[in-house]
Design a protein around this ligand. Structure first.
Ligand code: S3P
Length: 439
């Protein structure tokens, strides 16, 4: 796929449903008694893997009337042993959250995934789940495929997260749903809280306390009666990031995005772009299904380099690829700190961005857990074909770079974009981009 210099970007774009919240809405629906209706669900590859896995665990998940999805749950602790392997495709969230859920059920299940997911660390979820009573057999290094032997009598635990990971936190909380008593997570730095919010929305008893230094203590009372709910999934701020940055970089552009999630534990990119000089208006703030949502208007803006502190990383962890592209157009140096987690995403995003930007003529320095980008305030050369290594966000970031660079930018494989943003090229082209499939 190739992206060529675009003129002004203009119009309105409605980004599809939030990926993180879509997984959770399906999973909570599965633990509820009765029929939940989920509107705005992200209909993309990653979420459909979670839907299929829940189906294999005995839950009815199907498209309903009027675009909403129906989930007929089996109640807390009510899942059934799957007959086959649960293939989670590219989805780390689907794999880790469901491993937590089944760990507290008395049956065996086998998880696998694509070549990217089979390289990603799973010990981080297995360590606390073992303390709760589950057993695991894995490939060397704790990699998928993993066999989970769930426990009949899950134990509630108190667990301090060694990494700021919402996936690990969520895996423990979902296991804790079927454990008697209180499961407590202490996170030294707050990570996205969609699981906490949706558990409360479904009626579970969950108490969240702020700790000194930006951390949180989260306590869930196990074995609640979860009753079916309607959920409206907000637009995905991580997908919105691509048209937002495209509008900032392409001259004379104005783009409006409606109904985008603005959860403060996800919106670090908006803060960072604001510090860089971006003109982004936030209007109509409202709550939908316990999540904050707003409409955004973005205008082209000259950007300048900033230092992005390590403490902000959890609130924008998926946005560094597109921020790195914005930094390549900015005047001056942007330093992004505390990025070690980027090395274990769908690809090693720190290395992928450094290598790809360098190929596009950008001056970059990659360190163990930081990235420094020297912008000249002018569009970089571009003119490279980027190897995206099955990483949807790396692919989309470089296609946005191609919209405003001097020479076109290609990506070797755009099929991975379907994991989070199906119709990305079409949506961007409607705004004025020139992104084409090439064979
Ligand atoms: C996610 C959490 C983050 C993020 C991922 C989605 C989630 O991962 O990178 O895309 O939905 O909980 P970690 O929890 O590993 O930081």
């Amino acid at each position: 796929m190739i992206s060529r210099l675009a003129e002004a970007i203009a119009g309105e774009v409605s980004v599809a449903g939030d990926k993180s919240i879509s997984h959770r809405a399906l999973i909570l629906g599965a633990t509820a008694v009765g029929e939940s209706r989920i509107s705005g669900l992200l209909e993309a590859e990653d979420v459909s893997r979670t839907a299929a896995a829940l189906g294999a665990l005995g839950v009815i998940v199907e498209p309903g009337n009027g675009g909403a999805w129906r989930v007929i749950g089996r109640g807390v602790g009510g899942l059934a042993e799957p007959e086959g392997v649960l293939d989670m495709g590219n989805s780390g969230t689907g794999a880790r959250l469901l491993m937590g859920l089944v760990a507290a059920h008395p049956f065996t299940s086998i998880f696998s995934g694509d070549a990217s997911l089979r390289k990603r660390p799973m010990n981080r979820v297995m360590e606390p789940l073992r303390k709760m009573g589950a057993a695991f057999a894995t490939r060397a290094g704790g990699l998928l495929p993993v066999t989970v032997t769930g426990t009949e009598s899950p134990q509630p635990i108190e667990y301090e997260l060694p990494v700021a990971s919402a996936q690990v936190k969520s895996a423990v909380l979902l296991a804790g749903l079927n454990a008697p008593g209180r499961t407590t997570i202490v996170e030294p730095r707050a990570s996205r809280d969609h699981t906490e919010r949706i558990l409360a929305h479904y009626g579970a008893e969950i108490v969240v306390k702020d700790l000194p230094g930006g951390g949180r203590g989260i306590t869930l009372t196990g074995q609640p009666e979860i009753s079916a709910q309607d959920v409206t999934v907000p637009g995905d701020c991580s997908s919105a990031a691509f048209p937002i940055v495209a509008a900032l970089l392409a001259p004379e552009s104005t783009v409006t995005l409606r109904g985008v999630g603005v959860n403060p534990l996800r919106s670090g990119l908006l803060d960072t772009l604001g510090e860089m000089g971006a003109a982004i208006g936030i209007a109509n703030r409202r709550d939908e299904s316990a999540e904050p949502v707003a409409d955004l208007t973005v205008e082209s803006s000259p950007l300048h380099g900033v230092e992005v502190p390590a403490e902000r990383a959890p609130a924008m962890i998926d946005e560094y690829p597109i921020l790195a592209v914005a930094a390549a157009f900015a005047q001056g140096t942007t330093r992004m700190l505390g990025l070690s987690e980027l090395r274990v995403k769908e690809s090693d995003r720190l290395a992928a961005m450094a290598k790809g930007l360098e190929a596009c003529g950008v001056k970059v320095k990659e360190d163990a857990d930081s990235l420094t980008i020297h912008g000249s305030g002018r569009p970089p050369r571009g003119g490279a074909e980027i190897t995206v290594d099955m990483d949807h966000r790396v692919a989309m970031a470089f296609l946005v770079l191609g919209m405003a660079a001097k020479e076109p930018v290609g990506v070797d494989d755009a099929s991975c974009i379907g994991t989070s943003f199906p119709g990305f090229a079409e949506a961007m082209n409607e705004l004025g981009a020139r992104i084409e499939a090439v064979w």
